[in-house]
Design a protein around this ligand. Structure first.
Ligand code: T5A
Ligand code: NA
Length: 212
């Protein structure tokens, strides 16, 4: 039994959704809870603003630097690819990964500008496929009422509505689950935890590749 447990890989859990929907808050709470329950778990976020590509992305988001739509799209994707080796090692070693945004954000924010959806998908084809995407929604004006909304490049109400439309197109019911982020932080956490507990106790087979 000890051997089968050790051989079982970690699960890749991704949080997606529009700005301010509560993704970072929920990623942190979930990671803490899993760790307290004795699981090996690491938290990652995209964009990872600490790498040299991430610094370029940060300057773009803070409106300090301009990039063409194509270039920033490819930088966001490259910022994910640069973590793939580390991620696959951790997962195969039995560590669960909780990730704040992934390729779906990459596509949604670029396509919301009017870029071709098919083109936008291509650079992320072959990334490690999540075992579950938790898609966080907020109703009405809740997002813009939350702290710090409006500080960065994409934080405009009309634009966020377009982003949401693309997320709806990307929604794949075979591995996505919607969580309503309107409730209190603890209520939302309980919904998230229920979903993740089920994923963690399931054998998801070998790692898969996204959109292949
Ligand atoms: N982007 C990203 C792309 O264009 N392409 C890509 O490939 C990727 C990966 C930065 C931007 O980059 C774009 C998308 C973004 O526009 P980011 O660094 O993830 O992405 O953005 P952040 O600003 O860090 O995070 P978000 O704006 O997305 O916010 P979160 O993480 O959804 O929300 P969170 O948890 O920080 O909460 C926001 C506020 O609400 C409160 C929190 O305390 C906080 O103050 N809050 C709640 N209040 C009431 N009730 C609840 N249930 C609450 N939950 C949280
Ligand atoms: Na965040």
């Amino acid at each position: 039994r000890a051997i089968t447990m050790a051989a079982r890989r970690g699960k890749l859990i991704v949080f997606e959704g529009c700005d301010r929907s509560g993704k970072s808050t929920q990623c942190a709470m979930l990671t803490d809870r899993l760790r307290k329950d004795g699981h090996k778990v690491e938290q990652l976020k995209f964009p990872d603003r600490t790498t040299s590509i991430g610094i370029m992305i940060n300057n773009y988001l803070a409106n300090k630097e301009d990039q063409s739509d194509e270039v920033i799209h490819l930088l966001f994707s490259a910022n994910r690819w640069e973590q793939m080796q580390k991620m696959s090692k951790l997962l195969l070693g039995g560590t669960h990964l909780v990730i704040d945004r992934y390729a779906y954000s990459g596509i949604a924010y670029s396509a919301a500008k009017g870029m071709d959806l098919h083109w936008c998908r291509q650079p992320d084809v072959g990334l490690i496929k999540p075992d579950r995407v938790i898609y966080m929604t907020l109703t009405g004006d809740k997002a813009s009422e939350r702290a710090d909304f409006g500080g960065e490049r994409y934080e405009k109400k009309e634009f966020q509505a377009k982003v949401e439309k693309v997320f709806e197109q990307l929604h794949d019911p075979t591995y996505w689950q919607v969580v309503n982020g309107d409730g209190s932080i603890n209520e939302v956490h309980e919904d998230v935890f229920k979903i993740v507990s089920e994923v963690i106790s399931t054998d998801c087979g070998p790692l898969n590749k996204l959109w292949t």
